[in-house]
Design a protein around this ligand. Structure first.
Ligand code: KG4
Ligand code: ZN
Length: 342
């Protein structure tokens, strides 16, 4: 008998639903919330309200596109955390009600594990180039930056993490200083294509082990812009592409340096990228050059699976379902990682 999972993601500002059957994606649907753009960041209260409005149509759409009936669904997988509590609550409550009404199990999913497992989303008719275990994954998103040793689908160890901002925040906050729209990561990516990455240089952190820090880079970028604008009020306008390319290069250099150290230390030959920032073209390119130079193999998720989506929740739910890792109706969302077990 086949296993059909409904995946639900609502941890931040995207409401998403997917249907995974026997490890293969039948449908995936995302409603983005444009309401936050004019505020220059996600407004939690507005995000939660938009999720409430979107969740039913998004799930309906995913079921319709998958060409299945509600009754075909074996379990509901949902993001339990980390994320915005009000946003998570909408997905969690919906999942509970849906599972209860069909008398099927609930599978809670950790959003970060799901980003890593986005590497395993198989699409019909397409070969899946998934990394063999163990592999080292650089998980770079708007909320997190981690080096994860992935031993199995459900066994992951965090080897390094950021001590302040995430890589996505470094992109977004610096983009904001350049007056680019939110989220700024994709704009920096696009501008960088025409810029000179060597034009400007910004300070690099000196952090022990395999950990990251991005707050120093952001401050260095801020001071550099402030001083330059004093001499020329149109400095940003004139140097937009070079600023973007130089900033992007600094972020990539920082990310690559610690991944290299961790991969050497652990003797790992298979490396991977995941999370929203892994959509970045410069990052993808730098890592593929690095992999070729160091005789390593690089694995990257499909672009559409890098930023938040329910397909990654569905695939993680699928692997947890096989181990019968179910949650009860009392399950509550958690905003932060360390409260995962509460
Ligand atoms: O994984 P994600 O959708 O949400 C979180 O779990 O945080 O990641 C969102 C982050 C944002 O910071 C966004 O600017 C960044 O991913 N991002 C990018 C690109 N596309 C998305 N950063 C750099 N270049 C991109 N092309
Ligand atoms: Zn995410």
């Amino acid at each position: 008998m086949s296993t059909t999972i409904l995946g639900i993601e609502s941890s931040c500002d995207d409401t998403s639903a997917s249907i995974i059957r026997d490890g293969e994606l039948l449908s995936g649907f995302i409603a983005n919330q444009e309401v936050h753009e004019k505020y220059g960041g996600v407004v939690p209260e507005l995000a939660s309200r938009a999720h409430q409005k979107n969740i039913v149509p998004v799930v309906d759409q995913a079921i319709k596109e998958a060409n299945i009936q509600k009754e075909d669904i074996s379990a509901v997988a949902f993001t339990r955390g980390p994320g915005l509590l009000g946003s998570l609550l909408v997905g969690v409550s919906f999942a509970k009600g849906f599972a209860l009404s069909l008398n099927i199990p609930l599978v809670e999913v950790n959003h970060l594990d799901a980003h890593v497992l986005s590497l395993f989303i198989k699409e019909p008719g397409k070969p899946l180039l998934a990394p063999p275990f163990p592999f080292l994954c650089l998980l770079v998103s708007g909320g997190h930056t981690q080096i994860v040793l992935v031993e199995n689908y459900l066994s992951m160890k965090v080897v390094g993490t950021t001590i302040d901002d995430a890589a996505g925040e470094a992109f977004d906050k610096s983009a904001k200083l350049m007056d680019l729209p939110y989220p700024g990561g994709p704009y920096i990516d696009k501008l960088s294509e025409q810029g000179n990455p060597e034009k400007f240089s910004f300070s690099k952190p000196r952090i022990s082990d395999f950990n990251y820090s991005f707050s120093g880079l952001k401050t260095s970028f801020l001071y550099f812009l402030r001083d330059s604008l004093r001499n020329d009020s149109s400095f940003i306008e004139k140097n937009k592409a070079d600023l973007a390319a130089s900033l992007q290069k600094s972020i990539i250099d920082i990310l690559l340096d610690k991944m290299d150290k961790a991969a050497n230390h652990l003797g790992i030959k298979h490396i991977a990228l995941a999370g929203g920032v892994s959509a970045n073209r410069g990052l993808r390119k730098a890592f593929s050059v690095y992999a070729a130079q160091t005789n390593r193999k690089l694995f990257i998720p499909e672009l559409k699976f890098t930023t938040d989506n329910a397909s990654m929740i569905g695939i993680t739910g699928y692997y947890k379902y096989q181990q019968k890792l179910f949650s009860g109706q009392e399950v509550a969302p958690y905003a932060r990682l360390h409260s995962k077990k509460s």
